[in-house]
Design a protein around this ligand. Structure first.
Ligand code: SF4
Length: 406
């Protein structure tokens, strides 16, 4: 008998409608099903089959991961209903997928021509914050990127920038702690001699002391923790799910060898007093507080009205005086500077021939590939076919296109 053991795939035996189905769990949060019509057994995630079936099963697994865009799913516990599972389609992005890492704002690499490079290894979030600009409900597909592909492509970009103080900012439209290879990625990229800081945006739901220690050991230098109240009930209401806030644990985290920034979002009429409590908590415990002003986003959940910037700054200024803490920061505080700009292979208005490599995050969105970049476009496309698209957005190498009618 053959034991089929994978680093990234764990097998779970299931029976649905009396049919035997093998659930293949991939990168911890993704899965696909296969239905081999052979005898097999599963032992602690390892599949045991007769030797003669090894090749066949390996092919089925390979197809599930890489070739069959319709089979991969991601599974969430619905943030608002712990008993309910939510499933979304998912796409694995590796070198062989043909999906480039530059061109999409949701996953991969975003370079805004400064020394801060945004890295987005995974989409999808385990919360449902009432103010979320991403609005998970409208995104029917998640993406997860193979870590060595990400490290290699990032390395090329860093090399091109030719500067000695690169900051890698891991965040994106989702929760990066759901990324199985986060520690591996941090450890690899921290060894790049041009990288000075590695920061992460997290809602902290999956963060614990052991994980924080491992990430810090791997090279993480800053954690931006988005909590919007120190009170469990209010934090849960804002997060759209049950959230326990452990202020003592936050204090412990702030004593680790990492820069901790509490990054709440101020929503007028919703959490003004909670934010003031966070400010006081940060002042007392010597924690950096980076309050964000709630902004309206098309497609976001938008629970409150925006506060004018002068009113926001005025409020922060009054708290600065009251609690003797710095809350207002400028670009100069973050040592952000311009670098060599990444060349754009095409620009707004150009018509390019592009090949559809995947569907996108929205129902009618597609990912096309052309000249080393990816382009998002909405409409009627088919995976595997080429189309002429007109580029309608090119800022920072994030490309949006529209189909040119024949
Ligand atoms: S944690 Fe961030 S991405 Fe997740 S729901 Fe809240 S705001 Fe959105």
């Amino acid at each position: 008998m053959k034991r089929l053991e994978y680093n990234d795939v764990k097998f779970i035996q299931q029976s649905i409608d009396e049919k035997r189905i093998l659930k293949c769990v991939f990168y911890e949060h993704f899965f696909f099903d296969i239905r081999p019509k052979i005898n097999y057994s599963v032992e602690k995630g390892v599949l045991i089959v007769d030797d003669k079936y090894e090749k066949k099963i390996r092919k089925m697994v390979e197809n599930g991961i890489r070739n069959d865009l319709r089979s991969m799913r991601t599974e969430f516990t619905d943030a608002g209903y712990p008993d309910k599972k939510v499933y979304k389609k998912a796409v694995f992005v590796d070198r062989g997928s043909g999906i480039g890492l530059i061109g999409n704002v949701g996953f991969g690499i975003v370079d805004r021509n400064t020394n801060v490079i945004e890295v987005k290894p995974i989409t999808g979030c385990n919360l449902k914050c009432i103010y979320c600009s991403v609005d998970e409900d409208k995104r029917s597909v998640d993406f997860v990127v193979e870590p060595d592909y990400l490290v290699d492509e990032l390395g090329k970009l860093i090399e091109m920038k030719d500067c000695e103080d690169i900051d890698i900012h891991i965040g994106g439209q989702g929760e990066p702690l759901r990324y199985k290879y986060l520690k591996y990625f941090v450890s690899k990229i921290s060894k790049n001699k041009h990288v000075r800081n590695i920061s992460i945006d997290t809602n902290g739901l999956l963060l614990n002391t052991e994980m924080a220690e491992q990430l810090i050991d791997a090279g993480l230098t800053q954690i931006n923790l988005s909590i919007n109240s120190l009170n469990d009930t209010n934090a849960s209401r804002i997060a759209g799910c049950t959230r326990k806030i452990d202020a003592n644990w936050i204090k412990d985290l702030s004593k680790m060898s990492v820069k901790l920034v509490l990054a709440p979002v101020l929503m007028k009429g919703i959490n003004d007093s909670d934010i003031e409590e966070i400010v006081e908590f940060c002042a007392v415990n010597g924690i950096i507080c980076g309050i964000q002003n709630y902004l309206y986003y098309n497609g976001g959940r938008n629970p409150a009205k925006e506060i004018k910037w002068e009113d926001f700054r005025g409020l922060l200024h009054s708290w600065e005086d009251k609690y003797d803490i710095r809350l207002l920061f400028s670009e100069g505080d973050f040592n952000i500077h311009k670098t060599i700009a990444l060349a754009k292979p095409f620009k707004k208005g150009d018509i390019v021939s592009a090949y559809v490599v995947s569907f996108g995050q929205f129902n009618d969105e597609w990912i096309l590939s052309a000249q080393g970049r990816i382009i998002s476009a909405r409409g009627n496309f088919s995976v595997g076919r080429s189309y002429k698209v007109r580029i309608i957005r090119d800022k920072h190498n994030i490309f949006i296109g529209e189909k040119v009618s024949r």
